[in-house]
Design a protein. Sequence first.
Length: 151
Amino acid sequence: MAAVERHTTPSRPRRAAGARPTLEAAGRRSTPQREAVYRYLAGVDHHPTAEEVYLAVKRRVPRVSLATVYTALEVLVRSGLASKLTYGDAAARYDVRTDAHSHARCLVCGRVRDLEIVPEAGWVRTLRTPGFEFTGFRFELIGRCATCRRG
């Protein structure tokens, strides 16, 4: 059985101060739209799709377009301010936390939440898969969230 590290708080807390310093250090411009996207991501406890981000940000920045939100999300990912979670054919989801943590994903609605547990990296080295070189791993629990279990 794989050992698990337990974290009671994120090892790298969400950056509520804004994205500007990190964007500029990465050679990217800080724009009001990028800041609005970042603030939204930093303020939610789930991992929204680009569409969800767009609908939320549009309430504060009415002239923002879906294309601008997609671009802002990709810039945040490339700058290390967010992670992009992809699941096959499902829509990508975005996570402002870039520290080591795990996820719980609902198979019914697709919602993804953070878990403060991380398997120790050593167990990956014990796996043998011919012709495949591991560069990392994601730990995710899958099932049904409370809302979907009731529905």
